[in-house]
Every structure is written in C-alpha cells, then in structure tokens.
Design a protein around this ligand. Structure first.
Ligand code: ASP
Ligand code: MG
Length: 424
C-alpha cells in the first residue's frame, strides 16, 4: 500500500488532471491512497470568499461565481457530455456554498473559514475521481472529514491519531478488498461534532503522512512540479541542486527553518513508523527524485532557506531589570495567545529579541499587549537567511552588502537576520 499526494499545481487545469492519470498508469494494479489538494490557487480564492463573507471585503457572490466558473471550465474539458453526473454533483456542492454565505456569520471567523475553504479539496477530489473512473482507473472517493479526526482548533486542527487510526482500519482498509485506488482530500478533517476543520495552509502533505502512518503504508510519494527536494528555492537562488537522499533529521530541520518543499509536520509520523517519503516530479515521473528516510548521512552540500518580510521585535523590561524566567513565560504566553510563530530568538541581559514573519495584524495586537509590561522596539522589512551545513565562505558571500542585526550559529546551522546596506 502506497500513499500519493498531488498538490494544487498538479491539478491546476484539465491537462494537469490528465497528467495525474498518466502518472497513475505506471502503477497499474498497485494499491494506492491518493491525497489531493484544491486545484491551482483555489484555496486562496476560497480564502477571499471567506473574507468577503465575514469581513465584507468584496462581494461574496461574485467571488463564488469566479470559483465556480474555474472548476466548470476544467470540467467541460474533462467531461464533454453535459449530462455527466459530475455536473449535478458539483451543482449541489456549490448550492451548499451559496447557502453557507447567504446568512450572516454565526460563528467566529476561523470556524467559518474552515467550512468554506475546505470545499476546494472536496471539489477537486470529486473532479479527479470522476475523471479517473471514466478512463478506467477505478477508484473510490472517500470523505476525509469522516476519517481524519481533529479537535476543534479551527484552521489548525490537532489530529487525534488514535481515533483516526481506528477509522482508517474500519473505513479505508476494507475498500482495498475490491478496489485499488482511494481518492481523498488533503488539508481537511472533521471534529467529533461533524464540523469541518483544516490542518493549516499547505497541510495536504501532512494528510498524506497521517494516512500513511495509520495505514502502515510502504511509502509516500509527494508529486511536485520540481524534480525533488532542492538545496534552495529557485525563486531566490539561481544555482540550485537536487538532493538525492535526505535523512528524516535533515528534512525536519530544513522544513522547520522554512523550506517550503514539504509541510513541516509531514516528517514526524513517517519517521515514527520508518516510512520512506519520495518527492518526485509529476512532469518527469520516471526520474528518481528525492528520498527522505532513516539515516545518519549528513548532506554534503549546504542548503539555503531565505525568508523575506521579517520583523525583529526586541523586548525589554521597563525598569531595566533582567529578563528572567518570569518575564519569559509572560512573553511566550503572549506570543502563543496571538498566534505569532517565532523564527529565531535570542536572549541578552536586558533584552529578548525575536524574529518572526510580518503578519501585520497579529504583530500589532501582540506588540500592543507586550507594551503594557515592556518596552518594545521593532524593525521590519528584514530578511532571515538560514544555511544548514554552512562554511565561512558562504556566509561572507551571502552577507556582503548586508547589515546583520542578529546572528546565531550552531555546529551545522547559521541563521542571520539582515537588511540591505544602504548605499551612501
Ligand atoms: N489547498 C491547501 C492550501 O493551498 C492545502 C495544500 O495545498 O496543501 O493551503
Ligand atoms: Mg495548495
């Protein structure tokens, strides 16, 4: 039993869906659970819908029309017959969405967000499942909300592995007695009260990994538009190299520091059961890609993770007293309360500095509250460069024409918060 994950880019249009079928043909007769994301940029569009519904940022109905049109255009290319059952199925799904935005919101934003945004995956899997069935890749569509069980932390559902595992055993495994392919949604789950949750943006990789864990899968493959895990993001670096093999440990470190190639939560469940993870190109599916598995081997090339739009917050007690444990626990509590994730932190005698993504709303709320107790300074428009397996030469190159505001080095990793040197 294998688990495959196809992300939004792989099913962004009709060609993409056809290509998924081509990839699957190579695995004829094998048992595969396929996890699929929302098509293309539909999660962003659905976020706009949730915002327009909740915050009246734009006309919700016209955003929904756009979303509907995008999917129907793809369907018209995949299902030429207007009487195909997919059209009624999707019509019903869209009616539900219309109903969801018709009345005023009744719950908090995060709840409403999950009920709306989750539909991207529901729709994409319906389309892919119907298409594959039409061309003879017989599969069963499974609703992930009845399998992946979470608490009710909307937008960041915490998975109940025990319950999920029992549902996988009860509802997924028997399907393979008669069918080789299961299609289900990434990113979404359900609560004990049958409400929908999401697992955090880009969470479909994590779904694949949860299911692999519960199914005791042989392996997981994430099919991407890049040849595998690269040592840097081609968006920022021109000479990237593909990494053939990566240890779980290195993979966790790289995703933790912000490498976006796989979701940071993906590795742990796989590591726990020693399930290898392949990252491969859906454009060249026969090529080897990257394998992430148990191993001691350290990477023999440096990896770079570059983040822009960072803020550095420096927190000092108003009375010049040392930043002691009491202060720190207050500070951490506020970060967690406002949902601000820390990318880097450093403690000195009278100040505590934290680098995080500049999510303006969250940061403003956090800073306002911190200011009741502390003197707070902050600096925005910064970059955070992380290099795993660095050398001094690399640091020198990366920091020429930069001003370093904060730096941290461990044996294998260096992190630098910096900004451009302003030309005199
Ligand atoms: N569709 C969701 C997102 O774009 C989940 C995923 O793609 O992994 O965040
Ligand atoms: Mg996506």
């Amino acid at each position: 039993m294998q688990v495959f994950k196809f992300g939004g880019a792989s099913v962004k249009d009709a060609e993409g869906v056809k290509n998924v079928a081509e990839v699957l043909k190579q695995f004829h007769g094998q048992k595969i659970t396929i996890v699929i994301s929302a098509m293309g940029k539909m999660t962003n569009a659905l976020e706009r819908l949730a915002n327009s519904f909740f915050n009246k940022t734009e006309n919700a109905e016209s955003v929904l029309e756009e979303i509907k049109k995008y999917h129907l255009d793809i369907c018209q290319q995949l299902f030429p017959s207007a009487s195909h059952s997919i059209y009624t199925d999707l019509e019903n799904t869209f009616v539900e969405l219309y109903w969801a935005i018709e009345d005023e919101p009744t719950h908090g934003f995060d709840f409403e967000y999950d009920q709306i945004v989750s539909m991207g995956e529901v729709i994409s899997t319906k389309i892919v499942s119907a298409y594959l069935n039409d061309i003879g890749l017989t599969n069963k569509w499974i609703d992930a909300r009845g399998i992946i069980q979470t608490d009710n932390t909307y937008r960041e559902g915490k998975v109940d592995f025990e319950l999920t595992e029992s549902l996988v055993k009860r509802d997924l495994i028997p399907v393979f007695n008669s069918i080789n392919i299961i299609i289900t949604q990434g990113f979404i789950g359900g609560t004990s009260e049958n409400f929908t949750t999401t697992l955090g943006r880009e969470g479909s990789d994590y779904t694949a990994s949860i299911l692999a864990y519960c199914l005791n899968a042989e392996n997981v493959t994430i099919w991407k538009d890049v040849p595998g895990v690269l040592n840097a993001d081609p968006k920022w670096f021109s000479h990237t190299k593909k990494i053939d093999e990566l240890s779980y440990h290195d993979a966790i470190e790289l995703t933790y520091y912000g490498a976006t190639v796989i979701h940071p939560k993906t590795i742990k469940p796989l590591q726990n059961k020693n399930i290898p993870l392949y990252v491969k190109s859906f454009i060249k599916p026969k090529e080897k890609g990257t394998v992430i598995r148990d191993g001691e081997k350290r990477l023999n090339i440096p990896s770079y993770i570059f983040k822009i739009d960072q803020v550095l917050i420096s927190i000092q007690p108003k009375d010049f007293s040392f930043i002691a444990e009491d202060n720190l626990s207050d500070i951490f509590e506020l970060f967690s309360k406002h949902g601000v994730k820390i990318n880097l932190m450093q403690l000195s005698a009278i100040s505590f500095s934290v680098c995080c993504d500049n999510n303006v709303e969250k940061i403003n709320a956090l800073v306002t509250e911190l200011q009741n107790q502390f003197k707070v300074l902050y600096n925005s428009g910064l970059e955070l460069m992380t290099v795993r397996y660095y050398t001094q030469e690399i640091i020198d190159i990366l920091t020429s024409q930069k001003i370093i505001l904060l730096e941290q080095r461990s044996r294998y990793t260096v992190q630098m918060v910096m900004k451009n040197e302003i030309a005199e």
